[in-house]
Design a protein around this ligand. Structure first.
Ligand code: PLP
Length: 400
């Protein structure tokens, strides 16, 4: 199903009960799509924001074993020691740098990690640079706490890449942090090492933080090493890298994520974490230990299938009238554009009603992309083929 955060909406009628800061939470057009789809038969969802694979067996077994063995109490506030050690070993090796357990905080998914990082730092007078389109969470969390959002638009014609110089030029007196999300939801863009390095190094020089949402860090669909912010900095004083098990191991409902940062930042965030969720789910943390310590060929298999689908979806998009695609290198999304000034929301709704194919309209992901749609390829190849068999002739008949 669609990620619940992406669906979240405030109920205007409840108005006076809640703090005015809740008004920062937007009302995207997603609910309408999903509600409409729920009342229809034979819908193909290219709207899905989570993996469509079963959680690998050895991870499920570890979760069940933890429950059966009574591992159901609270863990340490920073996380289960065995998981902290597994994360330390895994990332020290992956990024070829010595990390300690104190560089990690285990959270309830990347969502809590991002919540902690942004709400602990956003404040009036602090500006955060955010790309547009981007994942729905960041701007509302910043604005809820009085922070200011400065947008850097990206475009399908450039594969939704960011120009590092544009980001650097946008840094001003009030800039406090830059939020990066690579591989990106909704675009699937992966920022190359040179881009991440240029931004992280300039930010460190100027005393600006980089918050990197790296939940799709393993879903790299081309032959390249993932350019994490952790690879691009000699110390962790100005970066926080956030990830989770949700996408890599198809464990979205188990809700385990983490932050990697300097020991000082982690120490502060531990206290905040204790006052929000206390600790992450204990049996699910044991499942996470199994994910990191066990056989990881399951991830390679899932990535290989996403790659196969990506190749086909790019081809199908290029054969679809009025859609401009590009080559997404990560995650399981493509975010093609419709002709300029098209209202993506009403088009997506009509397309759903008339073809039964559900996609997410671009304005769910920002203000500058209402002529785009997000297509997820977290669905079987057969369903993807069938969806395009429906939408290609339908779009061919539309007038723009
Ligand atoms: C970019 C991005 N960040 C964070 C999340 C949430 O991840 P988690 O399930 O770990 O909370 C998602 C889920 O769709 C996402 O796409």
């Amino acid at each position: 199903m669609v990620n619940p955060v992406e669906m979240d909406q405030s109920d205007q009628a409840a108005g006076s009960l809640f703090s005015p800061s809740l008004q920062a939470i937007p009302m995207p057009g997603i609910r309408r799509m999903i509600n409409t789809a729920a009342g229809m038969d034979d819908v193909i969802h290219l709207s899905i924001g989570q993996p469509d694979f079963a959680t690998p067996d050895h991870i499920v077994e570890a979760h069940i074993d933890a429950l059966r063995e009574g591992k159901t109490g609270y863990t340490m506030d920073a996380g289960l020691p065995e998981l902290l050690e597994a994360l330390r070993d895994y990332y020290s090796e992956r990024y070829d740098r010595p990390l300690t357990e104190d560089n990690f905080l285990v959270t309830t998914g990347a969502t809590e990690a991002m919540y902690l990082a942004l709400t602990a730092t956003a404040a009036p007078g602090r500006q955060f640079i955010v790309t547009d389109p981007t994942f729905v969470l960041y701007a509302p969390l910043i604005r809820m706490n009085g922070g200011e959002v400065k947008i850097i638009p990206t475009r399908a014609e450039h594969g939704h890449q960011i120009d590092p110089q544009e980001v650097i030029d946008a840094i001003g007196m009030r800039t406090f942090a830059i939020v990066l999300n690579s591989p990106s939801n909704p675009s699937g863009a992966v920022y190359p090492q040179e881009t991440v390095e240029a931004i992280v190094q300039e930010a460190a020089y100027r005393g600006v933080y980089v918050f990197a949402d790296e939940v799709y860090d393993h879903l790299i669909l081309d032959d390249m090493d993932f350019p994490s912010v952790i690879r691009c900095t000699s110390d962790l004083d100005h970066v926080m890298s956030i990830s989770s098990f949700s996408k890599t191991f198809s464990m979205a409902g188990l809700r385990i994520g983490w932050i990697i940062s300097s020991q000082g930042a982690i120490k502060k965030l531990r206290r905040y974490h204790m006052f929000t969720t206390t600790v992450a789910n204990t049996p699910a943390q044991w499942a996470g230990v199994a994910a990191l310590r066990g056989d990881r060929s399951c991830v390679d298999d899932m990535v290989a299938e996403y790659r196969r689908r990506r190749d086909r979806v790019v081809q199908l998009v290029s054969e679809t009238p009025h859609l401009t695609g590009y080559w997404p290198q990560g995650a399981f999304y493509i975010f093609p554009s419709l002709p300029p000034r098209t209202d993506g929301t009403s088009l997506a709704l009509r397309m759903l009603e008339e073809t039964g194919v559900c996609v997410i309209p671009g304005d769910a992901f920002g203000d500058t992309c209402s002529n785009a749609i997000r297509i997820s390829f977290s669905n079987s190849m057969d369903n993807i083929e069938e969806a395009f068999e429906r939408i290609i002739p339908w779009l061919a008949k539309q007038k723009f």
